[in-house]
Design a protein around this ligand. Structure first.
Ligand code: SF4
Length: 91
């Protein structure tokens, strides 16, 4: 598949789709667990805080066909922010 590095659907997964959707053919399984979870409220996703725990049940960002692009952009921004902070602290 031409873009398998950024999108694939695991039709063998018994949990597919693991989030509610009417469009299983465009369900992206690339990020089964969202790498942006660590960003807490800065991830930009549709999360809720339940009993102090971040709940991503209603977020489809990692499972959209363009989820790879969104997540890579956010991770790049986070790395740049952390690098700047580290450099400022080292001065
Ligand atoms: S799944 Fe959505 S709400 Fe949860 S961390 Fe990822 S982007 Fe944020």
């Amino acid at each position: 598949m031409e873009f398998s590095y950024r999108f694939y659907t695991n039709h063998d997964c018994k949990y597919l789709p693991c989030h509610k959707t009417d469009d299983v053919e465009n369900f992206n399984c690339l990020f089964c667990y969202c790498p942006l979870y660590m960003l807490e409220e800065k991830c930009g996703g549709n999360f809720e805080i339940k009993d102090g725990v971040k709940d991503c049940t209603n977020c489809m960002i990692p499972h959209k066909p363009r989820g790879y692009d969104y997540i890579n952009q956010k991770l790049g921004e986070y790395i740049a922010e952390m690098t700047i902070k580290r450099l400022e602290n080292d001065l």
